[in-house]
Design a protein around this ligand. Structure first.
Ligand code: ZN
Length: 434
């Protein structure tokens, strides 16, 4: 029977802490929002206290219902209409119980957990909803990577923070997560105009990725270089300048580097993961291959900092070493770039401009090419054995090129990760033809 389809999937969470919460102060739902990543939608409910809650899933219509005990709220609806959610509704069920109803577009899997108050972030209830029918977690397969590796070096660009984790915030309100994403995208754009270097981004929108996931992405993309991009902050408002950091095996080399690492390593606590595996911050395990990579990272750091300072006319604060969780267990040259101080009024203004973001990405791009020993002029490469290149001419489309070689557009797309989902190809773009 239909009503039998409604199932209770989870009982009271955090039951062990129930007794201590029974007489706790009534919590309040203060706000609700959501973030969209390529694979899931994260709904975040802000609360004034830790709560106990029940989760129910209804299949017809597809809904997630969360009742929160000892909580009050104002009724509100948030129309989402995205790939997973139609609407989020908050309502007061009775004087002591609030309800969060998430209307889904289709039945899907999800995960609910609480995040404790941390720094400026309040207690939060997080609902991670997997976008239905998105099976491919990664945008490109191992086989495609192998083909790209035959003709290109791979640079993995990591825009720090994102989603729930804004990173540092400037006095004018500029958020680190937005600036670094712009710079990362511009940087990837430079690389992807070439055919001898290919760039992949760990995130291309405003959503959170745990630090450990960023490392996994670098490994999946078989990156030859990993560059994590950030903006620095200091309680002293006059502090300014650029610096580049590499992983240290035995603690930070100075107090400033230690503080930067502490701040950057907090991302998982602010952005929110259900369970922090081990203590990523405390245990920075390094093997021999990484010691080698650290030496190489220092060379890359030096070239990059020199390029940034000369192109962007920022003050050089030098190269630092500390236990950065995002650089941990990456066994290729990897650096964390602190572009400028978002906490400094002047540098915040600079970071906000398109010109400065352009200069900064260009400086990092040129340094990387220099490090890789690649000329910044276009290099003509021999296509991998059994394949040929086609340079896109005016008036051509992916479909017309595919027809020309008697291939399907899908076959060509499989070899050319730089063709966007819209299938638009550009005049001058070099495509590998199977
Ligand atoms: Zn940062």
């Amino acid at each position: 029977m239909r009503f039998m389809l409604t199932i209770i999937i989870s009982l009271i969470a955090f039951s062990s802490s129930l007794s201590s919460l029974s007489y706790a102060q009534q919590a309040e739902i203060t706000s609700v929002r959501y973030w969209t990543s390529p694979t899931n939608i994260r709904v975040v409910v802000d609360l004034t206290n830790e709560v106990s809650y029940q989760v129910k899933e209804s299949l017809l219509p597809p809904e997630i219902l969360i009742t929160i005990e000892n909580t009050r709220s104002n009724n509100q609806d948030l129309l989402a209409n995205n790939a997973a959610i139609r609407q989020i509704s908050i309502s007061q069920k009775d004087k002591n119980v609030s309800c969060v109803k998430i209307e889904l577009t289709k039945k899907t899997t999800f995960n609910v957990f609480q995040l404790k108050k941390y720094q400026s972030k309040p207690d939060r209830l997080v609902i991670d909803i997997n976008i239905p029918d998105v099976k491919k977690i990664l945008p490109i397969s191992q086989k495609e990577i192998e083909l790209i590796k035959k003709r290109s070096k791979i640079v993995v660009i990591d825009a720090g923070h994102g989603g729930e984790d804004p990173g540092a915030i400037g006095p004018g309100g500029l958020q680190e997560k937005d600036v670094v994403l712009n710079i990362a995208k511009k940087l990837a754009g430079y690389f992807n105009q070439r055919h001898d270097v290919k760039a992949f981004l760990t995130r291309d929108g405003d959503y959170f990725i745990p630090l450990g996931e960023r490392i996994k992405l670098c490994k999946h993309y078989d990156g030859d270089i990993f560059i994590s991009i950030h903006a620095n902050a200091s309680p002293k408002e006059n502090v300014r300048g650029s610096s580049v950091y590499v992983l240290s095996t035995e603690g930070a080399d100075n107090k400033a580097a230690q503080l930067v690492a502490q701040r950057e390593n907090m991302a998982d606590l602010i952005g929110g993961i259900a369970k922090i595996e081990n203590d990523v911050v405390a245990s920075i395990l390094v093997d021999l291959s990484q010691t080698q990579a650290i030496n190489e990272s220092l060379v890359l750091a030096k070239v990059t900092l020199d390029s940034m300072v000369s192109s962007c006319h920022t003050l050089s604060l030098g190269i630092g070493r500390a236990g950065f969780a995002v650089l941990k267990s990456i066994d290729v040259p990897s650096i964390l770039v602190e572009t400028a101080f978002i906490s400094n009024i002047e540098e915040e203004k600079l970071l906000a401009t398109d010109e400065f973001q352009e200069l900064m990405s260009r400086a990092i791009y040129e340094a990387t090419l220099k490090y890789l020993g690649v000329s910044s002029s276009v290099v003509s490469l021999v296509p991998p054995k059994g394949y040929k290149y086609h340079v896109v001419k005016k008036g051509e489309t992916l479909w017309s090129i595919a027809a020309l070689y008697d291939k399907s557009p899908q076959e060509i797309k499989g070899l050319n990760a730089d063709i966007p989902p819209s299938d638009v190809v550009f005049v001058g773009q070099e495509l590998i033809i199977p």
